[in-house]
Design a binder for this molecule. Structure first.
Ligand SMILES: Nc1ncnc2c1ncn2[C@@H]1O[C@H](COP(=O)(O)OP(=O)(O)OP(=O)(O)O)[C@@H](O)[C@H]1O
Length: 339
């Protein structure tokens, strides 16, 4: 828990076990407390309640806190904070100098760290002569040179363009495999989190909502916030019979969407539930129910459809062919997930 004196704590009720050598992505909207949690793990902030342990050792609680330099962790920030007057090799070697490493050991470790991020040929350049992605890789090498147990990354790709982000994702994945470090990665980009992480933790308003591997959190999100944040899809309000389970199949969905309810969910006869429908589970089919195609947008590899149900609720779907806007077409929903 961390309170800065405001009414609501920046972080509260976060109980989280990070898998050793795992890659945990901390995901959530702006201001939800991701950075504060990361800074507490690093030792830059002290919790006002609760505690943080690492490998059986207490790092901090409200009474005391081990200083950051004694945690064997390294943090990479959004702004790379490289020293402009130093070469790439000098920037990377700086943390070793501070620790009193010199001579052959110093040279070997700088070369190894530069090789990890594939910047061996740039050792003598100054940061000003590098691209954004290369600068970020220098910052990464500087953080890995001390062989930290834990690498903390605060939106490290936020300042890069879309193309570079993709390339850097590859770098992160490879680095995670080769370095053996446990990584904790803050982002508000869910696609990035899903692509990189072994586990995704979703936060909202200072609280931890769910922690699970990417495929698990995508298929079985808990609640509207996680369902709305992870992947694409729509949340329908549907009246379902008691004990319908979490995975709702097409016969049940058809009944809930059928004449009478019309998908409005306000029949008043049965409890109303939030059901997440992924676009890849919505298909054209003769045994489907008619939906109005509101728009059909070409996305390169496919068309993205916006569909309106008779009760007014909306669905996304994909199609390999274009469908005229305004057409009334039967669609089947393979299954949905009750949130
Ligand atoms: N030093 C501070 N003093 C007072 N309030 C703070 C401080 N640091 C953070 N907060 C508040 O704590 C809350 C969580 O902030 P935090 O930076 O952890 O969010 P975040 O999820 O990392 O957001 P973003 O994605 O925008 O960086 C916010 O309401 C913020 O205003």
């Amino acid at each position: 828990m961390k309170t800065f004196g405001g009414e609501r704590p920046a972080v509260s009720d976060v109980s989280l076990a990070v898998r050793r050598q795992g890659f945990l992505a901390l995901l959530g909207p702006s201001g939800c407390g991701k950075t504060t949690l990361l800074r507490m793990i690093a030792g830059f902030e002290q919790p006002t309640g609760g505690s943080i342990d690492f490998g059986g050792r207490r790092l901090s609680d409200a009474a005391r806190s081990l200083p950051p330099e004694r945690r064997n962790m390294a943090m990479v920030f959004q702004s790379y904070a490289l020293w402009p007057h130093m070469t790439v090799a000098e920037n990377v070697g700086y943390p070793l100098k501070v620790r009193g490493v010199s001579g052959e050991a110093y040279r070997r470790r700088v070369v190894e760290a530069l090789a990890l991020v594939k910047l061996e040929d740039f050792a003598e350049r100054r940061p000003a002569a590098l691209s954004g992605g290369q600068r970020q890789r220098v910052a990464l090498a500087r953080c890995l040179v001390t062989e930290p147990d834990v690498v903390l990354l605060d939106e490290p790709l936020a300042n890069l363009d879309q193309h570079l982000r993709k390339a850097m994702e590859e770098t992160f994945r490879a680095l995670h495999e080769r370095s053996g470090a446990t990584m904790i990665y803050v982002t508000h980009d869910q696609a990035e989190a899903m692509a990189l992480a072994t586990d995704v933790a979703v936060m909202s308003e200072g609280r931890l909502l769910q922690v699970a591997p990417p495929a698990e959190i995508y298929a079985r999100p808990e609640g509207r916030v996680v369902g709305g944040l992870i992947g694409r899809g729509n949340i329908l309000r549907l009246s379902l019979p008691e004990g319908a389970g979490r995975q709702i199949d097409w016969p049940r969905l058809r009944l809930a969407l059928g004449p009478g309810d019309s998908g409005s969910g306000d029949s008043g006869r049965r409890p109303v539930a939030d059901v997440l429908i992924r676009p890849e589970h919505v298909h054209r089919g003769t045994d489907g129910i008619p939906m109005r195609v509101v728009s059909c947008v070409f996305e390169g590899e496919r068309f993205a459809l916006d569909l309106a149900l008779s009760g007014g609720q909306r669905l996304k779907a994909y199609s390999s062919v274009a469908i005229d806007g305004g057409a009334l077409v039967p669609f089947v929903i393979g299954h949905g997930w009750r949130l």
